[in-house]
Design a protein around this ligand. Sequence first.
Ligand code: MTE
Ligand code: MO
Length: 259
Amino acid sequence: MSGIVLPRRQLIARAGGLVAAAGALPLLSGCDAINEAPAVRKILSMGEEMHRASQRALTDRDALAREFTRADLSPVFRPNGTRLPEGEAYAAHAARGFADWRVAVTGLVARPLSLSMADIRAMPQRSQITRHDCVEGWSAIGEWTGVQLSRVLAAAGLKDSARYIVFRCADRIGDADYYESCDLVDALHPQTILAWALNRQLLPIANGAPLRLRIERQLGYKHAKYLSAIEAVASLDGIGAGKGGYWEDRVDYEWYAGI
Ligand SMILES: Nc1nc2c(c(=O)[nH]1)N[C@H]1C(S)=C(S)[C@@H](COP(=O)(O)O)O[C@H]1N2
Ligand SMILES: [Mo]
């Protein structure tokens, strides 16, 4: 079998047919019988190939978003959505330079955390110059600095049952809190960071001070601003209207907004 090399696509297409044909094979009992049957061996190796192909598809999601240079920075990083959360609580935090702001890390974690901005800045930092793409039809390139979400989640100790990360925000639009969510592939992606600086300045309020998500393989609305809590959950049911985000719940925005 090993001598036959087919293009991967053809191999996968054929494997489907072979797996179907396996049902019609004479009954075999025990591992020896399986190993001795060339047709079955072929099916097994094709199953392995399909597995590898699906692994490749998963790894593609780990690919890095393009990073730019300082020469590419947009002169102005246009704010969108909420530009100033309403309410006295946020105003009081802003007046104190967010010295008392806390981000809770809760849900399916071994060690729930309550992180100050100082805690977040004391962790290893990453900077990245990336392009933000908003579905409303504009893009901007900015330099973001912050801690990788993977480090925060490692500090909290994700439980095996955790499947999604929910991002709670301090602003409301209309009558509902803004929120977003992603799966663990995006949560643990190296360019998914909790950013507190834009273009090497403290994050402006309009862009999500004191802390916002940068989730570089996804569209703009996934980049939750004004982060107040990060929650590990097994399911998105019962969170908001259950579609995983403020806009997903209200309009036809996709939950998986990969770019
Ligand atoms: N909390 C919160 N996060 C948000 C929004 C918002 O209104 N509130 N708008 C989203 C949208 S649609 C976009 S395009 C980006 C805009 O980020 P910016 O204001 O830094 O340009 O934030 C996203 N995150
Ligand atoms: Mo957007």
